[in-house]
Design a binder for this molecule. Structure first.
Ligand code: GLN
Length: 252
């Protein structure tokens, strides 16, 4: 067990890990843990499930995965009641928030499921509508610039909801292959401060190690107040996973 008082310690909080873990999204957490451990950095894991609140200053990376519509309905109501303020406070204070698919949809103002309107956290200017159309399924690649020039993210998407960004909202990236937020406007995901929302599963991070490292750096910087230089790792397998996902997206 690493020393949670050490500053070089990634403090991760998983939201609803039992309810929101579709397509092995918890693989993202394992990957973050491994990349910290391989570098001799500490990693501490905490979870907040139904009915539980949390201390917004005690975690530097908050994670929520994807989920089916019925799980989202339950989670959304509970999350608004027990966690909304802490999540918003953590994000405003520079904590990293990574939200995938069902979790991403819940960052917005609402998720309209037919007649049912599910209120979201309202921390990203977007809303999602589940219409009559077909699910948006398949391999996807996008181009995202998170500050170090454009880079590719590759993964898999499967969502019935169409997400529409508000006028001022910034997408995570531009779709190269696949559907993205709504299958129409060529945009994928959202980013604001150190918050990233995306439809990309896979799980996402093992196929896109550069994003995992970017999030680790941001989280450690929030903790220590200093820029953190991460030791390079032997990424042969990660590169192969990325190339495989990217080629799958190119083939359509
Ligand atoms: N239930 C949501 C949808 O279908 C999200 C699905 C997911 O997380 N893969 O749009």
């Amino acid at each position: 067990m690493s020393d949670p008082t050490s500053e070089m310690n990634l403090r991760l909080l998983a939201l609803y890990p039992e309810q929101m873990n579709i397509y092995a999204d918890r693989g993202n957490i394992i990957f973050l843990q491994r990349r910290c451990e391989w570098r001799g950095l500490g990693f501490s894991y905490a979870a907040a499930g139904p009915g539980e609140d949390f201390d917004p200053v005690a975690h530097d990376l908050v994670y929520i995965g994807g989920g089916q519509d019925r799980d989202q309905v339950l989670v959304a109501e509970d999350m608004l009641r027990t966690k909304r303020d802490a999540i918003a406070e953590a994000v405003e204070d520079g904590a990293v928030l990574l939200a995938v698919c069902g979790g991403y949809q819940l960052l917005g103002h609402r998720y309209q499921l037919g007649q049912q309107s599910i209120r979201g956290l309202g921390i990203a200017d977007l809303e999602t509508v589940r219409g009559e159309g077909e699910r948006l399924i398949g391999n996807i690649a996008i181009e995202a610039d998170l500050g170090a020039g454009p880079k590719v993210l590759a993964g898999f998407e499967n969502h019935g909801g169409r997400t529409h960004l508000g006028a001022g909202a910034e997408p995570l990236g531009r779709v190269l292959h696949g559907h993205g937020n709504d299958g129409a406007d060529g945009r994928e995901g959202v980013r604001r401060l150190n918050m990233v929302g995306t439809y990309m599963h896979g799980p996402l991070l093992p196929k896109n190690a550069w994003l995992a490292d970017h999030l680790i750096s941001l989280a450690l910087r929030r903790r220590t107040g200093d820029a953190v230089e991460l030791t390079p790792l032997d990424d042969d397998l990660e590169r192969a996973a990325h190339e495989g996902a990217r080629h799958a997206a190119e083939r359509g």
